[in-house]
Design a protein around this ligand. Sequence first.
Ligand code: IPE
Ligand code: IPE
Ligand code: MG
Length: 234
Amino acid sequence: MEDKIIPQHVGIIMDGNGRWAKKRGLPRNMGHKQGAAVFKKTISWCRELGVKCATFYAFSTENWKRPAEEVEGIMNLLRQYIKDIREAARENVRIIIIGDISRFAEDIQADLEEIQNDSCANDGFIVSIALNYGGRAELVKAMRELGELIAAGALVPDDITEELIDKRLYTSEMPPLDLVIRPSGEQRLSNFLIWQAAYAEFVFMDVLWPDFTKKDLEYALEQFASRNRRYGGI
Ligand code: IPE
Ligand code: IPE
Ligand code: MG
């Protein structure tokens, strides 16, 4: 078998939970529950298939617009999933949370901080979870930090380079984003890793996230392997 090109860093937009539930006449939160189970399995599949890092889009800065009941359901699910995330960390997996979790309940924040700290030396695989994440908010945060350095006289505007901005993003310790997978039939980024995706490949799939299988992941990786990434060259 010839060697396949495997993406180092895969971003997954876990979309379609609501429609999955609706199709079955279930409340939307049942879709989120099923989606969370697929999230857990996908971590293992990514690892088995040789990916080094996976970022999962779980909750966006825009998702607060949803009814309070749905947001609360997602938060409770997160509480349940902290156990699974901790379990994953035990298998030499590093957990990185991207996004601003300061708006989350204290107990969730404390647990997530602990998991990140406890797993920071693990080097078998990186699971990054986007929670209250927005690509624009991430860039605003980076720009404010640079602005403060300039105000303090520690930096001049000409010092700002792409590398310097990269270092201020949540993804600074991850390999470059190679592939973005979005199930559910939507073909947009919805504010996911907008800077990082500048040269990523995209695979959009019709499957709803709670129905996503290892075969679907394999299909996306095959698509990636067949692409010719030119980065503006020839
Ligand atoms: C993704 O599924 C989960 C979150 C955004 C939290 P959706 O809830 O967006 O599912 P659809 O798009 O309504 O089907
Ligand atoms: C993107 O899905 C966010 C997550 C999957 C967490 P949305 O369902 O929020 O995106 P839109 O509203 O269809 O763009
Ligand atoms: Mg959606």
